[in-house]
Design a protein around this ligand. Structure first.
Ligand code: ZN
Length: 303
């Protein structure tokens, strides 16, 4: 699987697997069914990125610029509802719908209850309340739902109360575009960079989280050098003496590719800015070199 570029793997999933998973979903949709499909989807994404199962789903979606599969189910469900209510009253499907609607209004949970819950979830209850068929028919559910999820993922990534694990990721991930580095042609360099960015690694900052008893974040020091710094992604990429030789090679190689940035100056004055710059750069040669540095430095630590 690691030989298939992740973006291509996603395209294959969307064109070959997703249509089978989604088939007939407006009829069989329930939250539980959708949850099972989402589990399959996320498992697939973690597999193609080669990250641990504990990796934050938000980071996985962010790297690939994807939204949950359930969003697609919701788009199809609400689009089907829009078509259904536009049918003539004598149509058999419309008669069935009206019967379900009556039962819903009497307090029984039916397919219509699912529709109102989904509309509420997307702040679209006005469509239900207004009963304006033309407005519902013209409404762009696809655009609204996609935008809703993209904004929600971006907001949740920035909210460290939801997932402290994303403390580093939120520094550099601010949009929902698929990451350019996923085009790196050497799988091990691309995979190392994904694991590094999504905290799917064994630096002390992550290892300490699973240590028993759990080590407080401010005490997860690097064991590979004498700097007595927290062994997080910034320490690993910019400071750790254990990776010094590889880092000199890296910076020597990439400096001519980015003449407007003085790496040595930034490293001393604003390491966090240099870190964010390196994580957001779009130059594929630079990204490959960073992936190579991370891959070799992981190997140096036997990670
Ligand atoms: Zn160190």
């Amino acid at each position: 699987m690691e030989q298939i570029p992740p973006i291509l793997a996603c395209t294959l999933f969307d064109s070959l697997v997703s249509p089978i998973l989604e088939y007939g979903c407006p009829v069989w949709y329930t939250q539980n069914n959708a949850k099972q499909l989402e589990t399959t989807h996320i498992k697939f994404l973690k597999n193609i990125l080669r990250v641990k199962t504990q990796t934050a789903t938000l980071a996985v979606l962010g790297e690939l610029g994807r939204i949950p599969l359930t969003a697609k189910l919701h788009i199809r469900l609400l689009s089907y509802w829009a078509r259904l209510i536009s049918l003539p009253e004598s149509n058999l499907l419309k008669i069935s719908y009206n019967m379900l609607l009556d039962l819903h209004l009497l307090g029984t949970k039916t397919w219509c209850s699912q529709i109102i819950n989904t509309l509420k979830y997307y702040n679209l209850q006005h469509l239900w309340e207004n009963k304006d068929k033309d407005q519902i028919k013209k409404f762009n559910f696809k655009k609204h739902i996609q935008t809703f999820h993209q904004n929600s993922i971006k907001k949740d990534i920035q909210d460290s109360n939801i997932l402290p694990k994303l403390r580093t990721y939120k520094l550099f991930k601010t949009d929902m575009n698929p990451e350019k580095y996923l085009l790196i042609s050497i799988p091990k360099y691309r995979i190392s960079l994904t694991q590094f960015r999504t905290s799917s690694h064994c630096l002390e900052i992550e290892r300490g989280r699973y240590h028993k008893p759990k080590i407080p974040a401010n005490q997860r020091f690097c064991k590979y050098c004498d700097l007595h710094e927290i062994d997080d992604e910034i320490h690993f990429l910019l400071n750790c003496n254990h990776n010094l030789k590889l880092r000199l090679e890296l910076f020597r190689y990439i400096q001519p590719l980015i003449p407007n940035i003085d790496i040595e100056h930034l490293k001393l004055v604003k390491p966090i800015e240099l870190f964010i710059f390196l994580m957001t750069i779009e130059n594929l040669s630079v990204l490959t070199a960073i992936g190579k540095f991370i891959s070799k430095s992981f190997t140096n630590r036997n990670l």
